[in-house]
Design a binder for this molecule. Structure first.
Ligand code: UD1
Ligand code: CA
Length: 472
């Protein structure tokens, strides 16, 4: 231990076991890359390790190693050093942690986690590290009514009830199988001691595997104290082995998030039908109806109302705006901004670079991409505004579009303040419609129009009096 470091401030190194196959997922994708709340399972574990202030994380990969390593290397924002080691073949959890030994410093506390257990909280791990105290072996345990399949915590028969072993289900006697206290798969151990125990593991057991859990017996034999931190929240140690378990953890996580938002005052119509797959920020008096999905970074200002069945991604919605039902917003990298008091939808689509000013109205079946709309502009029905600069108070008629693409390049349409574009118009970019100009309905406009002008570009009406329709 470095001079001056107390047990509590000792550096933490995390080992994350992620070499298993995940057979029951029946997927081409390695199990730990399946997403929970929009983030791969392994990313949740890495974020927890990072939030814990761990110095490093060693990821033990095997099945799908390249894909897992690539996904983790690409993950930004981690405040720890990331090491990859491969376990080939997979000979058990003890063998998995053995692979990490060469990159683990001797002076730290090692926390062992699994890449498929996403919801462990940093505070739980902090308490476990505290219990380890740099000198003991600390196990995270849980009492379950249905303990089958798990390793059981065997305690001494004397009154002290010291932990003396973990026995795996397949190796357990009938009496041991009746034990309800199980090992969660998470432990904290002083690195130097752990390394010594790992060297002494064998595979003389029912499964012919090197069990990490056998280090408990070795610690006891060495006179090292083994302590159990028993928690009561099974979600924190729940692993994902199947699509059903993934969905169950997803719902549990979402419910937890919904509760936190509701505690802040957000009115969520049904917390069971609410999904945040990224980061959501809400002002005061925000109301969110059922079945809304928020992805990436989304910010909702004070008094924003979101109707049912909206998908909103990478967007900032200013105070008082109303997003009506079935609206799809995705700003991707460029973002979307909806101004104060704007009204969007129902059935509207806002794409990257849509910037709506104060009080803008975007109605049903209107698509906006890379376009700025000035305060009070309206496009209420069946329209496309792409690569456009639209002034204040512009009224863009039903069925009108900006034709921004000539087959090779995109061009910009500029519509100045107070322009009125009638229904069913095509504005062939590039062009500018000057301030206050009017475009007659049904026009295909390919030349700029000066301020204050009227442009009409459509076939003249023909009237045939007394016309007789063909009859059957
Ligand atoms: C393990 C524990 C058991 C505990 C249970 C909690 C052992 C021997 N047993 O059970 O006491 O109750 O976790 O869920 O440790 N892995 C590898 N390489 C391997 C084997 C496993 O990386 O060779 C990874 C898996 O991908 C998984 C994790 O280790 O992420 C746990 O493996 P799993 O097979 O689920 O654990 P069990 O042995 O069933
Ligand atoms: Ca398991």
């Amino acid at each position: 231990m470095a001079a001056g470091k107390t047990a509590e401030t000792r550096s933490v190194d995390v080992v994350i076991m992620a070499a298993g196959k995940g057979t029951r997922m029946k997927s081409k994708l390695p199990k730990v890359l399946h997403c929970l709340a929009g983030r791969p399972l392994i990313r949740h574990v890495l974020d927890t390790a990072s939030g814990l202030g761990a110095r490093s994380a060693v990821l033990v990969t095997g099945h799908g190693a390249e894909a897992v390593e690539a996904a983790c290397s690409a993950a930004g924002g981690l405040a720890l050093k990331l090491h990859f080691v491969r376990q080939q073949p997979q000979l058990g959890t003890g063998h998995a942690v053995q692979q990490a030994v060469p990159v683990l410093p001797d002076d730290g506390v090692v926390v062992v986690l699994s890449g498929d257990v996403p919801l462990t909280e940093a505070d739980t791990l902090r308490a476990l590290i505290g219990l380890c105290g740099g000198s003991k072996l600390a196990l995270l345990t849980l009492a379950l009514d249905e303990p089958s399949g798990y390793g059981r915590i065997v305690r001494s028969a004397n009154g002290a009830g010291q932990v003396v072993a973990i026995v795996e289900e397949k190796d357990a006697s009938a009496a041991q199988r009746a034990i309800r206290e199980i090992y969660s798969g998470i432990m904290a151990a002083p690195a130097a001691l752990l390394k010594g125990w790992l060297e002494r593991l064998d595979n003389h057991n029912a499964q012919g595997e090197y069990y990490l859990t056998d280090i408990v017996k070795l610690a006891v034999a060495d006179g090292v104290e083994v302590l159990a931190q028993q928690i009561s929240d099974p979600l924190q140690v729940a692993g994902v082995n199947s699509p059903l378990q993934l969905a169950e953890l997803e719902r549990a996580w979402q419910l937890r998030q919904a509760r936190q938002f509701m505690e802040q005052g957000v009115r969520i119509a049904d917390p069971a039908r609410f999904d945040v797959r990224g980061s959501l920020q809400c002002g005061q008096d925000v109301a969110i109806d059922v079945n809304c999905v928020f992805e990436g970074a989304v910010c909702l200002g004070d008094d924003v109302r979101v109707g049912a069945h909206c998908v909103i991604a990478n967007a900032s919605i200013a105070a008082g705006a109303v997003i009506h039902p079935f609206t799809h917003i995705d700003g991707e990298k460029a973002g979307v901004r909806v101004g104060e008091g704007a009204v969007v939808g129902p059935f509207a689509r806002l794409r990257p670079g849509a910037v709506l000013g104060e009080g803008v109205h975007i109605g049903n079946f209107v698509e906006v991409k890379n376009a700025t709309l000035g305060a009070g502009a309206k496009a209420n029905h069946l329209a496309y505004l792409g690569d456009a600069t639209v002034g204040q108070r512009v009224n863009f008629g039903a069925g009108s579009i900006t034709a921004n693409y000539d087959g090779a390049r995109k061009h910009r349409t500029v519509i100045e303040d107070d322009v009125h574009v009638g229904s069913n118009c095509v504005l062939v970019a590039p062009l500018t419609i000057g301030m206050g100009a009017t475009v007659g309905g049904g026009s295909t406009i390919s030349k700029s129009a000066p301020a204050g002008s009227l442009s009409v570009a459509r076939a003249k009406q023909v009237v045939v009096s007394g016309w007789k329709r063909p009859i059957k």
